[in-house]
Design a protein around this ligand. Structure first.
Ligand code: TXA
Ligand code: MG
Length: 335
């Protein structure tokens, strides 16, 4: 059953978290499956329900400075890392940016998979903020999907995928950003993107006035160092997915495939329905990101044999879209 995000239901979800339960809730990126970050038993249940390997750390969601200080340590003042942290918090919080910082020892090791760092995010969604504030101020939450599968951008996705195994699902409708937060490591001397997401590299570079790189480790499956969770096979639909370059003609036999185009305006004459989908009307990247997982969910349930998806332009949030599509495509090839 789904519970609309009203005051009463948010309180109810907060009570569940306070008493060691787990609840799914909307954020501006994707739905999260939350537990009190300081309750290791509740966090363990999140790993179980998601069938998520214990080496893949969770993001801790906070809703104010007090919550931040309970989970993470700021870099020493006077350092570049300290200035970067301040600038990023000012520019992008609340919002779809997750910062990897030094962990406070009080945060259970399970949350961060034994790392001495912790990923912290201050979501912008008002229901998420209220839930976090009412439930103790620190909510560990991965995306609310079974490990490796498509992320949920609607409460119905959570219900279909996790159903009764969670104590409550708050329904806030479709999420607005549609891809997960950008994960940025600021524990090393030079900030690096571990996962492209809702805040583009360009915007990070503008805020910091430096070049920001994407970590090569993010691409290596099972690389245990920088970000264990960024396995190459991830975000995958049930159907095999082939990714093609933008504008490349779909020359293969397409009757048995669900087709996902990036921009409807470039494919006039291609009808909706019959397994054709469009991520955006006119090529707007934010619009395409917002509809990405929803479209993949729909394509996955067409009854076709496979999905063929066109890549987005490789810029801004388009890089996060392509990152998800590349991982979705790899799953089958890697077995
Ligand atoms: O938008 C989001 O970030 C959503 C919503 C619910 O907030 N959450 C989300 O969580 O996508 P999850 O668990 O699906 O992805 C978290 C990513 C994983 O790739 C994980 O490896 C990485 O963040 N991560 C978490 N803690 C980390 C750490 N200490 N160091 C490096 N990477 C970390
Ligand atoms: Mg996830």
């Amino acid at each position: 059953m789904l519970y609309p995000c009203n005051e009463e239901n948010i309180k109810k979800a907060a009570d569940i978290l306070r008493s060691g339960g787990i609840a799914a809730f909307p954020t501006e990126t994707v739905y999260g499956l939350g537990a009190d970050a300081f309750n290791a038993k509740a966090v363990a249940r999140v790993f179980e329900v998601k069938r998520r390997p214990r080496f893949d750390p969770l993001i801790v969601h906070i809703a104010d400075e007090a919550g931040f200080e309970r989970v993470a340590r700021l870099p020493p003042s006077g350092t570049a890392a300290y200035r970067y942290t301040a600038a990023l918090k000012a520019a992008f919080w609340p919002g779809p940016l997750t910062l990897v910082l030094t962990k406070r020892p009080e945060v259970p090791a399970l949350v961060s998979a034994g790392l001495d760092t912790v990923a912290v995010r201050f979501p912008e969604h008002p229901a998420a903020q209220k839930l976090i504030a009412l439930s103790g101020g620190a909510v560990a939450a991965p995306s609310a999907n079974p490990f490796g599968y498509l992320s949920p951008t609607r409460a119905e996705h959570v219900l279909e995928q996790l159903g009764d195994s969670v104590d409550m699902i708050l329904d806030g409708g479709s999420t607005s950003v549609g891809v997960e937060s950008t994960v940025l490591d600021i524990t090393s001397p030079h900030p690096s993107i571990l996962r492209p997401g809702g805040v583009s590299r360009e915007r990070l570079e503008d805020a910091l006035s430096i070049r920001v790189y994407e970590s090569a480790c993010a691409e290596e499956e099972g690389s245990a160092v920088a970000s264990p969770g960024l396995l190459s096979c991830h975000y995958a639909p049930r159907l095999p997915l082939s990714l093609i370059r933008r504008g490349e003609v779909f020359t293969c036999r397409t009757q048995d495939a669900a087709l996902i185009y990036f921009n409807r305006a470039e494919h006039r004459g291609t009808a909706d329905g019959k397994g054709s989908f469009f991520l955006s009307e006119t090529g707007d990247l934010a619009e395409a990101a917002a509809s990405l997982f929803e479209t993949l969910h729909l394509a996955d349930s067409t009854g076709k044999a496979k999905i063929i998806a066109e890549a987005a332009p490789d810029e801004g949030i388009g890089r996060a879209i392509n990152d998800r599509l590349v991982r979705a495509a790899r799953r089958r090839e890697d077995g």
